[in-house]
Design a protein around this ligand. Structure first.
Ligand code: MG
Length: 444
């Protein structure tokens, strides 16, 4: 295939991660004695309950998620059953997000064990090597059994299909040019969004296999689905992203709610630094510079009006290096120590006033003096340091260097705005927290 041909088909734009047998793998990760064994995760300590997840070893021997304990024991007499510990899985989920985020920002969390990343062209060009780097980062941070399957494709739908194709621990790259042949053997029931009911409607319309589904016109898909959802599915399948590319970013920022023991000035500062560094990494990934940094603190009371709130904004010449942002933040933090007369319950950092590289002319950049009073050459040096650190993080994983102390901050993962729709926060669990290694076995 020539590069010109390649340009004609939509490129790889999405990377989908789906963790393999997640709850069971989590239990094996936290309890090494379970590794390599057939494990079933059950919701209740009862002999009449059913598995909500089973390990890959159990799957290989014919036991699936949904099997009752009794049915599973008939197939695998020595199967081990453990009680689900959802708070432990949520904590692990957040640590996983933090690790992936050091390699590639997570755009959306789809469930506790599925997430999607949007790829820049140079990331897409890395192909499988990018997926392998994510897997290596996870293997380094966790244990070999906690694997994911990765799909890369022009759309999220195709990437999700790809993630299903080579489970467990698989990688699949799907290009538009390979369709429909590449997926012709797939059972319609295996496609995301095709329920039993939808299968019946497709069958009634004469669509019994993937190729027939592929050949539908968008209008026909809309008619069969009975909504615009059909057209969305058609677009996803044919490699046309239906959502328009994101509007140009106007800011990068994060905020964190602070637990009671995190409301001291030192810990607020540590948290703000991590938020600033994460925003700065995203800024550099998008090839942008920023001219402003806003630090905000929120205390008791309602968010809109009447509550305690304080914010500060710093300005600097167009910058993309951690040192500029951290120096500006340090000014903001000393202002906060002087002025904010309340214990903050939340802290936020936003980097904004963005400029694209091409907007920065010699005039604009030259002669301007940064917060530390240094010149262009000094700033250029610090930019190279920041880029070097980004590169180290990407290749050496989560434990790589960063400016100053790296602390685990409240909420763990510092990422894009995520709708944790189906994922409860740890605070939502009212029972006493369960320790990671405290496996609970079925007693029956
Ligand atoms: Mg999964």
């Amino acid at each position: 295939m020539t590069p010109i041909d390649e340009d004609k088909s939509p490129g790889i734009e999405r990377l989908y991660l789906d963790f393999d047998s997640f709850f069971a793998s989590a239990e094996q990760h936290f309890n090494p004695s379970l590794r390599g064994r057939p494990v079933g995760v059950v919701p209740l300590d009862s002999p009449h309950t059913s598995c909500i997840a089973v390990s890959r070893e159990a799957k290989a021997r014919g036991v699936k998620s949904g099997f009752s304990v009794r049915a599973a024991r008939q197939v695998i007499p020595d199967m081990v059953f453990v009680l689900a510990r959802h708070d432990v899985y949520v904590r692990l989920h957040k640590r996983i997000l933090a690790v992936i985020d050091t390699i590639l920002p997570v755009a959306q969390v789809r469930s506790i064990d599925e997430m999607v990343c949007a790829l820049l062209p140079e990331e897409a060009r890395q192909g499988e090597a990018l997926a392998l780097r994510i897997k290596a980062g996870l293997a380094e941070a966790f244990s070999p059994g906690l694997t994911c399957s990765i799909g890369m494709a022009p759309t999220e739908l195709l990437a999700k299909i790809g993630a299903e194709m080579n489970k467990p621990d698989g990688i699949a790259l799907i290009r538009s040019a390979e369709l429909p042949e590449r997926l012709a053997g797939l059972d319609l029931a295996a496609l995301p969004g095709i329920s039993k009911g939808m299968q019946a409607r497709l069958a009634a319309a004469g669509v019994a296999d993937f190729t027939a589904l592929w050949r539908l016109a968008p209008k026909q898909a809309r008619a069969i689905w009975g909504s615009v959802e059909g057209e969305r599915f058609w677009n996803g399948l044919h490699g046309h992203p239906s959502e328009r590319p994101e509007a140009a970013k106007s800011m990068f920022g994060h905020s964190r709610n602070l637990p009671r023991d995190w409301r001291t000035p030192d810990r607020v500062a540590a948290c703000a630094r991590q938020l600033a560094l994460s925003a700065a990494r995203r800024l550099r990934r998008e090839g942008l510079r920023a001219t402003r940094l806003t630090l905000s603190l929120r205390g008791d009371g309602p968010r809109d009006g009447g509550g305690q709130a304080w914010s500060w904004e710093g300005a600097f010449p167009p910058a993309r290096d951690d040192r500029t942002f951290l120096r500006s933040l340090a000014e903001g933090l000393s202002a906060a120590r002087r002025e904010a007369r309340f214990a903050p319950r939340a802290v936020g950092v936003v980097i904004h006033g963005l400029k694209a590289e091409r907007e920065i002319t010699g005039d604009l950049f030259g002669g301007a003096v940064g917060p530390g009073g240094e010149d262009d050459a000094t700033r250029a040096k610090w930019e190279r340091v920041s880029e070097l650190l980004d590169g180290l993080r990407r290749t050496h994983g989560a434990k790589a260097l960063s400016f100053g102390l790296q602390e685990d901050i409240p909420g763990g993962y510092v990422g894009a705005k995520i709708a944790f729709g189906r994922i409860p926060e740890e605070e939502d669990f009212t029972e006493t927290p369960v320790a990671d290694g405290d496996t609970r076995f079925l007693s029956h």
